[in-house]
Design a protein around this ligand. Structure first.
Ligand SMILES: Cc1ncc(COP(=O)(O)O)c(C=O)c1O
Length: 1020
């Protein structure tokens, strides 16, 4: 380690003088980071930048020369390394003397634009891949470079890692950390050291830490700073094992990353693509990664003893202290499997001969259930994410109901055995248990690695092959884990595999003992009872594993979806043993890509698909949605599932009515009356007559007809940015559509008033008369109509515009408008499709918050919780005007099933007091978002009421330039992090939050925390 006393301490001015005197470069000088050297950025008047590097006085000249030659050499092969720049004398190194620190060698190199990777807060998989690729290209080039000075004995050379650790470990005072370092070092000495001797060597950079890697590039928010522009600082160059270079880069890159293995795998994948690693190199990578961190911890501990007052030394070690325990808990064989898989190689090569042996020796296998499982005696069950067999409700007493279902199904098919599939993604208990309802990372183990055979209780279970009892857990009924029996099979040279049996009764395996030999076809145990299986139907679970990786009988029976490729190569398909014919298995469901392609073929492009990475949703429960891989999303987007996705009481109401009768309004039935009674009870007088329809478009269309019939007029006033539905008339009345792409503008009977937006509109929040002033614009329209001898038929507006950008009207606005419209004889139509049913928290309808009573209220989306219902509620008088002799009929509107469902949704909304929940959770979320606004410039406005919330993003607080790309970016990043939301507003720059009303404070915190993370990464 270089002597601290010889570290250069030149001032900026002295550095500027050196640059001018020796290199003929004058300009502004700014210091750059450097630990044992001094670096200065010199920027000339014409904008040229270069770096003046003043070496430690203790630095060996030959090492500096080697660095210089390496950079020169690399300059001919890669574009991302600094280029050397000669001094006026023609030399590359010039000596400069300091009284305090001695003689320093000074050189000048080109400056590379970029941000140190350590300061890039969002580090995507693409960035890590690019780092691997760049490093690979550099090492590939350096393979042709040599210099005697780098053949040195250097403490940062990982080849000597165990020596360095052993020398300095005593300085590590944290005993836990010391134990972990000792554990990693033992592993390194026992397995890695010998392998290292066989590996290729070359000159390597040896220090691609995240301050020596510069990131930059990118033309948009997604790609900004996500590629490598430079690898700098060749001060640690050494001739060593080539594989140390990607290992060192990975060691630093994984720090603070939530998924260190995948991060490292990304670097390794990039490296392997351009400079392939061989099997042995990949096998030592994990150990080298750990050792780099151990060496760093030991050297820092030693330096800390020398410089106890240097806080940097302690701070820099915090991430290592956090990461080492995580890495130490990973089985090196598994890590190697992950790395191999990322390189496109078989993750566990020893699985292949096992697979081949099992395939070739099918005839040697004894049937586990005593008879072959074939079409006649077994039925393959769908227990997947969208299976009707499984409940989405984690609190449902699933096992009993499930068992009944299964036995009924087996009886129905006449099959004796029910088969649970391998590699099936299932709703894990863990995915939304009551204890942990918020998916922090949204990723939980849910892909099954075993197969189940549901069989009669006490059915004997036989050994498929001869083996030895590797482990046996006899009685864990208390924790519902059941028993576990692991057999080790060694049927041929180099062929070892394990069969893990779960679900056998404790009594049936009581006599088995560890190490005991089991004959092929020996009855080892019997299927446990329902009660012994924690209430699940009697079944035996079989897993086929090629490496127990120290897990024994606790070997994971499910894995996270993104690791399926690796886990299924170590936990093989148990059907290699069961041998159930392929014809018994249903055709696999289409993958997301297949669904996407089919959708593009069959469904018009006019129907947009959300998110850059579309989501294939297969199940919903309360405020959660699940994609086809089992990933849980918090739904902060959909206002339709008002009382929560798949509410059992709503489903039951629909099913009950559907079983009995579903017909139209031409017959008398109480369902429509009860529903109309309950609905009108939520409205102020004189709103009492209901029409039921299938969609809000249909309801708004009817409202237009009612207004025309009532007034005899045909002109309507609407608001800027409004959307009211998809029919011809409503597109004409929706500036959001007719004023947007593909729109043809409004017809002459539609008049658009400015929306009362106190953030973006002409009258602002601070103006106490803003409401009146906006309302006056409607009066102007009415006066203009009068000048043409016309009167308005009506005014149609959302009581708080959602599509228009989640806008909260100023007080007195709607009251003013309604007065003007009514004075001119028009009808006031409140579109409460988005805001109705308690969403705004303070009131059940948003018009109540504006102190008005409309003449017609339109309800849609939430009132059916997903079932297509809409309603129009109006006065007797207006309804009567519509009785013109022309009958009104909607085939499905008001049908008995819809009314039963509508009634239940309303009942739940009131009974669960969801309005109050909206108020409580919404207020909390708004507070959190307001606090974000104070910290992030890009947030222009946060507004809302209850769970009707908008966050408007702008690029400039004065011009209010809309940050539409930024809003889309935030929404896409939220989706990546497991939260669904969307953008809205005519300028597409408003992030809208409109979740089902059942979300909790914890969910709200999850939303705010995740947003904060995104803003901190990309907008700080
Ligand atoms: C305010 C408003 N009104 C009416 C509609 C039309 O509803 P539907 O698509 O159910 O016909 C929508 C739909 O987004 C809406 O947001």
């Amino acid at each position: 380690m270089s002597n601290l006393a010889s570290t250069p301490v030149f001032s900026d001015m002295e550095a500027a003088e050196i640059a001018a005197a020796f290199f003929g470069i004058s300009g502004r000088v700014t210091p750059l980071p450097g630990e044992r050297d001094q670096n200065f950025l010199v920027t000339t008047k014409n904008g040229r930048s270069c770096v003046l590097k003043i070496a430690n006085a203790a630095e060996d000249r030959s090492i500096l020369e080697a660095q210089h030659q390496a950079m020169d050499f690399l300059g001919r092969h890669v574009s991302f390394c600094p280029k050397t720049m000669p001094a006026r004398s023609g030399d590359h190194l010039v000596p400069v003397h300091s009284e305090k620190t001695g003689t320093h060698l000074v050189r000048l190199v080109s400056y590379i634009q970029g941000t140190p990777m350590g300061l890039v807060k969002r580090r995507s998989p693409g960035l890590f891949m690019d780092l691997g690729r760049s490093l690979g290209l550099m090492d590939k080039a350096l393979a042709g470079f040599s210099h005697p000075a780098v053949h040195r004995d250097f403490h940062w050379d990982l080849a000597h890692a165990s020596g360095v650790v052993n020398q300095y470990i005593s300085h590590v005072t944290d005993t836990h950390l010391r134990d972990l370092i000792a554990q990693c070092t033992r592993e390194f000495e026992n397995t890695t050291l010998a392998l290292l001797q066989t590996l290729r060597k070359s000159v390597i950079h040896n220090d691609a830490n995240d301050y020596n890697v510069l990131a930059g590039g990118g033309t948009d928010l997604y790609s900004r700073n996500q590629s490598v522009t430079g690898i700098i600082d060749f001060g640690d160059m050494v001739y060593s094992h080539t594989v140390c270079d990607p290992a060192i880069a990975a060691a630093y890159a994984v720090l603070d990353m939530p998924d260190p293995l995948q991060t490292a795998a990304g670097i390794i994948k990039g490296y392997h693509q351009v400079y392939p690693l061989d099997d042995t190199e990949i096998s030592v990578l994990f150990s080298l990664i750990c050792m780099r961190l151990c060496v760093s911890a030991c050297l820092a501990a030693f330096q800390h003893k020398q410089r106890p007052d240097d806080p940097y030394l302690r701070i820099s070690q915090v991430p290592i202290k956090k990461m080492l325990p995580i890495l130490a808990s990973v089985d090196p064989a598994f890590a190697t499997g992950v790395f191999r898989f990322s390189c496109g190689l078989e993750p566990f090569p020893k699985s292949r001969p096992v697979q081949a042996w099992l395939a070739e020796n099918r005839h040697l296998c004894f049937p586990v259930m005593g008879e072959p499982l074939v079409q006649e005696n077994c039925t393959v069950l769908d227990l997947g994410l969208d299976s009707p067999f499984v409940s989405g409700d984690p609190t449902a007493p699933a096992p009993d109901a499930f068992a009944r279902h299964l036995s009924a199904r087996l009886k129905q098919t006449g099959a004796g055995y029910g088969i649970g599939r391998y590699k099936e993604a299932r709703l894990g208990q863990a995915s939304f248990s009551k204890k942990n309802p918020v998916p922090k990372k949204g990723i939980t183990p849910c892909v099954h690695l075993c197969m189940e055979v549901i069989a009669p209780q006490d059915a004997p279970v036989y050994a498929p092959f001869a083996g030895r009892i590797h482990s046996v857990t006899k009685n864990r009924a208390a924790d519902h884990q059941g028993t576990a029996l692991v057999l080790e099979h060694t049927p041929g040279q180099d062929i070892v595999f394990y069969t893990i049996f779960k679900g056998l009764s404790s009594s049936s395996i009581a006599c088995l003992s560890l190490g005991e030999t089991i004959e092929k076809g020996q009855a080892m145990g019997a299927v446990a009872s329902l009660s012994e299986n924690g209430g699940w139907p009697p079944h035996v679970r079989l897993q086929l594993v090629t490496d127990l990786m120290g897990y024994g009988s606790d070997f994971p029976y499910a894995c996270c979806r993104d690791q399926t490729g690796v886990w299924t190569q170590i936990s093989l398909d148990p059907n290699l043993v069961f041998q159930i014919p392929d014809t018994c298995f249903p055709i696999p469901k289409p993958t997301k890509q297949e669904t996407l392609a089919a959708r593009r073929r069959r469904i018009s492009d006019n129907l947009s698909i959300g998110y850059h990475d579309p989501v294939k949703i297969v199940r919903g429960w309360q405020q959660y949605l699940f994609d086809d891989t089992g990933r849980q999303f918090l739904d902060a987007y959909n206002n339709v599932p008002h009382v929560g996705h798949c509410h059992p009481a709503v489903i039951q109401a629909g099913v009950k009515q559907m079983k009995c009768l579903n017909t139209n309004t031409r017959y008398l039935h109480d369902a429509i009356i009860v529903y109309a009674d309950k609905l009108s009870a939520t409205m102020p007088e004189p709103l009492e007559v209901c029409f039921f329809l299938n969609s809000a478009s249909e309801a708004n269309e009817l409202a237009v007809r009612l207004a025309k019939a009532h007034t005899g007029q045909k002109d309507f006033i609407v608001l800027e940015g409004a959307y009211h539905g998809n029919t011809n008339t409503l597109i004409d009345m929706s500036p959001y559509k007719h004023g947007g792409p593909g729109g043809e503008g409004p017809p002459d009977w539609v008049h658009t008033a400015p929306v009362a937006d106190v953030y973006r509109g002409p009258y602002k929040k601070a103006d106490p008369l803003a409401g009146k002033k906006y309302a006056d614009h409607v009066q102007n329209i009415i006066q203009n109509l009068a000048a043409d001898n016309k009167k308005p038929a009506g005014f149609m507006a959302e009581s708080y515009p959602s599509v228009g950008g989640q806008i909260i009207f100023p007080s007195a606005y709607l009251a003013g408008v309604y007065d003007h419209v009514r004075a001119a004889g028009g009808v006031c139509i409140a579109d409460e499709v988005q805001t109705g049913y308690g969403r705004i928290g303070t009131h059940f309808y948003a018009f109540l918050a504006q102190n008005v009573v409309p003449d017609i209220v339109i309800l849609g989306k939430p009132i059916g919780n997903g079932h297509p219902i809409a309603a129009l509620v109006t006065t007797k008088e207006i309804a009567q005007s519509f009785v013109t002799g022309m009958e009104f009929f909607s085939t499905f509107g008001g049908n008995t099933v819809s009314c039963a469902i509508g009634q239940k949704v309303l009942e739940i909304t009131l009974a669960q007091n969801l309005q109050e929940n909206a108020q409580k959770v919404g207020t909390h979320l708004l507070e959190r978002l307001h606090s974000l606004k104070k910290r992030y410039q890009v947030i222009g406005d946060v507004r809302g009421s209850g769970l009707f919330i908008g966050m408007e993003l702008v690029r400039d607080h004065n011009t209010l330039e809309p940050a539409d790309q930024e809003a889309a970016f935030v929404v896409n990043r939220m989706r990546d992090k497991g939260i669904l939301m969307g953008t809205d507003g005519p300028l597409h720059n408003v992030v809208k939050i409109r979740p089902p009303l059942v979300i909790t404070k914890q969910d709200a915190d999850f939303i705010a925390d995740t947003m904060e993370e995104i803003f901190a990464q990309d907008f700080a």
